[in-house]
Each structure stands twice: as structure tokens, then as C-alpha cells.
Design a protein around this ligand. Structure first.
Ligand SMILES: [Zn+2]
Ligand SMILES: [Zn+2]
Length: 144
């Protein structure tokens, strides 16, 4: 694997190991999404690591891609059910689950989105940026 100068390539896998992935360009900031869809899908707030470059998958035939909206699909292992990624279709970007990474040291939890959809029964103590769903949509709205 190439060393990009910063963090080196990160690898991850699902619970059963049939699906493996490699993130070429290392990233170390992770976010959590508290929206209703992410919580239903991942069984809790969804932690995500926004990949800046392409993600290579091994065992693609075991990945089930569920299109959860017009702009995104969610991928999971069809054998063990591990939630692996959110794929933003218009840009092709992947937000992978940092919980699936082989080495989770050095990751920084920096932001939380859809904080307005977070249920009252939990709260993270981490000091992070917090954005509501409306703020997220305003930030990612197409600018023409
Ligand atoms: Zn699996
Ligand atoms: Zn979400």
C-alpha cells in the first residue's frame, strides 16, 4: 500500500472477514450521525470516516448495497450483516465505519450531525462540533 505522506493506508473488515477494504488516502477525523435512518441501520449513532480518495473493496460480491435515498446508498456484508459504509452517490465519496478499521488508534472524534434527531437517552461527552439536520443540508446544498 502507498504511504500518502500523512497517515498511511487504512484497512478494515466486516465481522466475518468476507469483506475487506482499504482507504488509500488516510484520514483521521470521524463524525457521528444521529439521524433516524443511521440509527435504524447501524443500531446506534453511525460513526463515519469521510474518505478523501477512492476505497478499494475485496469481497465485493458479499456487499449488499441498499439505496436509502436518492443520493445515498448504504453497504453492509450480506453474510454477517456488518454496517460498512455510506456511499454518497452524486460525488462518489465513501463514509466508512471507523468501527470496522483494523487500527483505530489516532482517530479523532470531531463532529456530530443531525444532533436534533438524537434521542434523549444518550449524550457523548466528547467536545465536538454539533450540527442540526437543517445546518447539514444548508452546508451541502448545491451552490449554483
Ligand atoms: Zn461479513
Ligand atoms: Zn444519518
Amino acid at each position: 500500500m502507498n504511504d500518502t505522506g500523512g497517515r498511511k493506508a487504512q484497512t478494515g473488515r466486516c465481522l466475518c472477514g468476507k469483506v475487506k477494504f482499504t482507504i488509500g488516502e488516510g484520514v483521521d477525523e470521524i463524525g457521528a450521525c444521529h439521524c433516524d435512518m443511521c440509527r435504524r441501520w447501524s443500531g446506534g449513532p453511525m460513526f463515519a470516516l469521510h474518505c478523501k480518495g477512492p476505497v478499494e473493496f475485496e469481497g465485493e460480491e458479499h456487499i449488499v448495497r441498499y439505496k436509502s435515498s436518492d443520493w445515498g446508498e448504504r453497504g453492509f456484508c450480506g453474510v454477517c450483516g456488518s454496517s460498512l459504509f455510506y456511499h454518497l452517490l452524486p460525488t462518489g465519496e465513501y463514509m466508512v465505519s471507523p468501527c470496522a478499521l483494523d487500527d483505530q488508534s489516532g482517530l479523532k472524534f470531531t463532529n456530530q450531525i443531525f444532533i436534533d434527531e438524537k434521542p434523549a437517552y444518550y449524550d457523548f461527552a466528547n467536545d465536538t462540533v454539533k450540527m442540526t439536520g437543517a445546518e447539514v443540508f444548508a452546508m451541502y446544498a448545491p451552490k449554483e
